[in-house]
Design a protein around this ligand. Structure first.
Ligand code: ADP
Ligand code: MG
Length: 233
């Protein structure tokens, strides 16, 4: 619990930071991009401009991820069918999964309660997890998604991949901002997942074996049980 406490304290601080920084940075980024696009049309050095543009897109992407955390008011919680949400996310992941030779299978208990959630945030969580799973399987493989109604009060969603796995001693670092093992990673995906699931009064656990794969389980309260915190961090 001491470790958990530290993590959530860090996250709270980060949330305050993110709210300030993200808003400060996004506007100038947008205008820089506009100017660079103008320069581009009146210059020969297209290559440089393309690089600058894609770097700006990258920064914009990082800032965008922070904004998910910083948004103080716009969360709208509603009752959702988890099966529909997961299917939407599988469709969204199609291009990346096909390109990487990854097949995604989903399996649902026949009776599932609705869950109360901020739909777009929860989809973001599922997307981040599937993206990581695909990236963990450089030669392709399968992702299994199992949705179960284990107790009357909770819904469990498991994402199981056949990827490279995570060493045991690294698992506590997952979810720390900027922790990444990827050359082009941001190290923000899992942090955002933890934060969003925490806001939904849920729980996210990671289980992994190097060379075999990783299982990420999210447990969310069923509709009747949700006492949702609708607030910024
Ligand atoms: P990023 O994907 O940008 O690196 P994340 O926060 O999404 O940032 O993930 C942090 C790190 O956790 C990854 O760099 C990777 O080392 C590890 N990781 C996350 N998911 C998986 C997975 N399914 N299999 C193996 N490693 C993973
Ligand atoms: Mg990621």
């Amino acid at each position: 619990t001491e470790q958990l406490l530290q993590k959530s304290e860090k996250l709270a601080l980060l949330g305050q930071m993110a709210a300030g920084i993200a808003h400060e940075i996004r506007n100038p980024l947008t205008s820089i991009k506009g100017f660079v696009q103008l320069f581009k049309s009146s210059s020969q050095k297209e290559e440089y401009f393309d690089i600058v543009l894609s770097e700006l897109d990258r920064i914009n992407g990082i800032v965008g991820e922070f904004l998910v955390l910083a948004k103080p008011t716009a969360d709208i919680y509603s009752s959702q069918n988890i099966k529909i949400l997961i299917n939407e996310v599988i469709t969204l992941s199609n291009t990346q999964s096909i390109l990487n030779n990854v097949q995604i299978f989903a399996e649902y208990d026949t009776e599932l309660p609705l869950i109360i959630c901020e739909k777009n945030q929860l989809k973001q969580v599922f997307l981040n997890i599937i993206k990581n799973a695909i990236e963990a399987m450089p030669v392709g493989g399968e992702i299994e998604i199992k949705v179960k109604n284990e107790t009357e009060k909770t819904v469990s969603i498991q994402f199981i991949d056949q990827g490279v796995g995570i060493p045991q001693d690294r698992i506590p670092s997952l979810g720390e901002p900027f922790y990444t093992t990827k050359e082009k990673g941001t190290g923000l995906g899992l942090m955002i997942c933890y934060k969003i699931i925490e806001n939904h009064n849920g729980r996210l656990t990671i289980d992994s074996k190097v060379g075999e794969g990783t299982k990420i389980e999210i447990v969310l309260p069923a509709e009747q049980q949700a006492g949702i915190k609708n607030e910024a961090i």
